[in-house]
Design a protein around this ligand. Structure first.
Ligand SMILES: *Cc1c(COP(=O)(O)O)cnc(C)c1O
Length: 372
C-alpha cells in the first residue's frame, strides 16, 4: 500500500460540492480578474492573520518581491536571510538589486540561528527576511530586538507557515509585513498559482497594491513602474471555500507529526524535527535528517520502491547554488549547519487525513532501510 507525500485529491473529494459551486459561480458571473471574491479573500486573510491589510497577488514569490520593492529595498542594500529555504526567498532580494547575506541555521528547527544574526549586520544592512521554514515560526522576539537596535525592516517569508503561531500571534502579523503562497501543495493551496501579502502599514499596503497593478491606482494613469501580479477570482473563490478548514487541517498535520515523533523516537541515525514551545507549528513538511547522504539515498530509495512519497528539502543550500557564480564579487560563505543538510534532509508523508496505519507503513519502511 503506497502513501503519497500529500493527498490533494482527497482534499478535493472532501469539499467537492462547495468547490464546484464556487467555481461555477465565478464562471456564471464572468468576473475573472479582481472583483468581489478577491476583495473578500483579502479581508478574510487579514482577519485570519490579525493584520489591517492583505493584498492578493499572483504567487508567493511576487508577494516577497512586491514588499521588497514597495519598501524601497534595492541597490546597495543588504538583506539578511537564511540559506535553507526555497530559492524564491533569495531571488526577490536579487531582483530588486539588493545583496543577500546568509546567516546559518540551527540544527533541528532548520530556522535561522538568531544567535548568529547580529554578527551579520553591517552599515549596508536594510532588512531581515526570516523564513518560517517547514511551518514553524522563527524565534521572532530576539530577531525583532536586533532589528530594532539597528533600525532594520523585518519581512516574514510565511509561505510555509499560514496558521502557525508565535507567542499567541499568527505568522503574517509578527513583523512589518509578510508574504504567503497559495501554491497547491502549501497548507492553504489554490488550484494554480496564488499569493498574498499582509501588513498593518497602510502606506505599504497601498504601495504594494499599486506596484502589483502596473504602478497604477487609476486605470491608464501610472505613478510608478510596477508589474502585473494579480490573483484570479477563481483562485480566490477556491481559497474562500478552503480557509474555514485550515485550522483543522493544521491540527491534523500536528497530530500526524506527533505520531511520527512517537513511532520514531530514539531511532539511531535519524534526527527528528525540533519544535520550540513558543508557538504552534503547522508542519508544512515533516523533515527527518540522516547521518549521511548515502543513508538518505538508501531510505528514500526504499520509500520510492514501496510507493511512499518523499523528496529532499532541500538538496542544496542556497548559498551553494550555481546562480551565485553569475554575481561578480560575491563571496561564498561557509555555513556548516546548512551544508550538513545537503541531500540528507527529506520529508515523510504528513498531511491532513493521513491514517495511523499509513504512518506505520512509512515508519516500517524507514526503519528497515536504516538498519540495512
Ligand atoms: C513556496 C515558497 C515561496 C514561493 O511561493 P510561490 O507561490 O511558489 O511563488 C517562497 N518562499 C518559500 C519559503 C516557499 O516555500
Amino acid at each position: 500500500m503506497g502513501v503519497p507525500l500529500l493527498d490533494l485529491k482527497a482534499q478535493y473529494r472532501e469539499l467537492q460540492t462547495e468547490l464546484d459551486a464556487a467555481i461555477g459561480e465565478v464562471m456564471a458571473n464572468a468576473a475573472f480578474i479582481g472583483g468581489p471574491k478577491v476583495a473578500e479573500l483579502e479581508r478574510a486573510i487579514a482577519e485570519y492573520c490579525g493584520t489591517r491589510h492583505a493584498v492578493a497577488c499572483a504567487n508567493g514569490t511576487d508577494a516577497l518581491f512586491l514588499l521588497m520593492a514597495a519598501l524601497g529595498i534595492g541597490r546597495g542594500d543588504e538583506v539578511i536571510t537564511t540559506p535553507f529555504t526555497f530559492w524564491a526567498t533569495v531571488e526577490c532580494i536579487v531582483h530588486v538589486g539588493a545583496t543577500p547575506v546568509f546567516v546559518d541555521i540551527e540544527p533541528g528547527t532548520y530556522n535561522m540561528d538568531i544567535a548568529q544574526l547580529e554578527a551579520a549586520v553591517t552599515e549596508r544592512t536594510k532588512a531581515i527576511l526570516p523564513v518560517h521554514i517547514f511551518g514553524q515560526c522563527v524565534d521572532m522576539d530576539p530577531l525583532l530586538e536586533i532589528a530594532e537596535r539597528h533600525g532594520l525592516i523585518v519581512i516574514e517569508d510565511a509561505c510555509q507557515a499560514i496558521g502557525a503561531t508565535y507567542q499567541g500571534k499568527r505568522a503574517g502579523s509578527l513583523a512589518r509585513a509578510a508574504a504567503f503562497s497559495f501554491f497547491p501543495s502549501k497548507n492553504l493551496g489554490c488550484a494554480g498559482d496564488g499569493g498574498i501579502l499582509t501588513t498593518d502599514d497602510d502606506e505599504l499596503a497601498a504601495k504594494a497594491r499599486e506596484l502589483a497593478a502596473h504602478g497604477s491606482t487609476r486605470k491608464y494613469y501610472h505613478d510608478s513602474f510596477g508589474v502585473n501580479s494579480r490573483l484570479d477570482a477563481l483562485q480566490a473563490a477556491i481559497l474562500l471555500v478552503k480557509l474555514p478548514h485550515l485550522d483543522r487541517w493544521n491540527a491534523e498535520r500536528r497530530a500526524a507529526a506527533a505520531v511520527y515523533d512517537e513511532l520514531l523516537a530514539g531511532i539511531d541515525g535519524l534526527e527528528l524535527p525540533v519544535v520550540r514551545d513558543y508557538g504552534e507549528a503547522v508542519y508544512h513538511l515533516y523533515i527527518v535528517k540522516t547521518a549521511s547522504a548515502e543513508a538518505a539515498e538508501r531510505v528514500m530509495g526504499a520509500m520510492a520502491e514501496a510507493g511512499i512519497g518523499t523528496a529532499l528539502y532541500y538538496p542544496l543550500a542556497l548559498h551553494e547554488q550555481a546562480a551565485f557564480d553569475t554575481i561578480a564579487g560575491w563571496e561564498r560563505p561557509s555555513l556548516p549547519v546548512a551544508e550538513s543538510c545537503d541531500a540528507r534532509t527529506f520529508a515523510l508523508p504528513c498531511f491532513p487525513g493521513i491514517t495511523r496505519e499509513q504512518q506505520e507503513t512509512v515508519v516500517g519502511v524507514v526503519m528497515e532501510a536504516l538498519r540495512s
